[in-house]
Design a binder for this molecule. Structure first.
Ligand SMILES: [Zn+2]
Length: 284
């Protein structure tokens, strides 16, 4: 599933390719891709025709395109969604769900989604911040993210540190891969109770979260899934830099102890048992 660095990579590509362009027409090829647009696919296409895209913005893993009407197109890639720029006339992708044609006859924007867990919707009056995603916390790359507020909120929680990192109401955009990498760098076990973390330890962890996300964005994301690609259909290469995630049975880059995998919230947590000591009294 795409995480923040992958979605940010898509955002940067889109911003470059669609900002300032006027939508000529929209073709909805599968109703499921616009299921969150309650008035339906025909309405979705109607309200977008003739509108100009002003920018491409992101909150957590949601993207939105503010329009000159004051509305916005909100998008989520889900498990397998792709937003691709393609020259008009390029053969349709097998899983093409929505096509945007532009008045300048330049590259089309295509929403392609094999598993159709992602989708697009129009948020009425949502240009500044769509109401549908206003509950999602800012991510640590957001210029208005408050480090001190995060540190204080984290230490007030009564939970395991990794659960806190994945809680989108506390901090957004940190998924399983980047949580594991940040915890390894901070030498923290995923089950560490948040209330036992000192302020400096919480600050240090946040610093590592930012570093990991910054590096992953610089690498164009992690190509953990062949379906994740940027707007030009290319995948990222941060997977080459992963220290623990997906490395069960391999030696830790820091101490050569064998990396282990634990089941965690229907997924996995990867840790170095020496660098990241399990807390003595894990939270139940
Ligand atoms: Zn180690």
């Amino acid at each position: 599933m795409p995480e923040l660095p992958e979605v940010e990579t898509v955002r940067q590509g889109l911003a470059q390719w669609v900002t300032g362009r006027r939508i000529d027409s929209v073709e909805v090829r599968h109703p499921r891709a616009v299921r969150r647009h309650v008035p339906g696919g025909a309405h979705f296409a109607d309200v977008l025709a003739g509108r100009t895209i002003l920018d491409v913005r992101r909150r957590g893993k949601y993207l939105w395109l503010p329009l000159d009407s004051g509305d916005a197109v909100v998008g989520h890639l889900g498990m397998s969604g792709q937003l691709l720029l393609q020259p008009p006339g390029t053969p349709d992708e097998t899983h093409l769900r929505v096509r945007f044609r532009f008045a300048d006859d330049g590259p089309e924007l295509r929403f392609v989604d094999q598993r159709t867990f992602g989708g697009l919707a129009v948020s009425e009056g949502g240009a500044d911040l769509p109401a549908e995603i206003a509950h999602i916390a800012r991510d640590p790359m957001d210029p208005e993210f408050s480090d001190e507020a995060f540190v204080a909120a984290l230490r007030r929680r009564r939970t395991e540190v990794k659960r806190a990192l994945l809680d989108q109401t506390l901090i957004s955009g940190v998924g399983n891969i980047y949580a594991d990498e940040s915890l390894w760098r901070a030498k923290l076990h995923w089950a560490r109770p948040t209330e036992t973390m000192t302020r400096p330890a919480a600050r240090l962890l946040l610093g590592h979260v930012k570093d990991v996300l910054t590096e992953a964005i610089g690498a164009g994301g992690t190509s953990f899934d062949a379906l994740y690609v940027n707007v030009n259909g290319e995948s990222g290469y941060f997977d080459r830099s992963l220290a623990v995630y997906g490395r069960e049975g391999e030696p830790c880059n820091r101490c050569a102890t064998i990396v282990r995998r634990d089941p965690f919230m229907n997924r996995s947590s990867f840790t170095c048992p020496k660098c990241q000591r399990r807390p003595r009294r894990p939270r139940l």
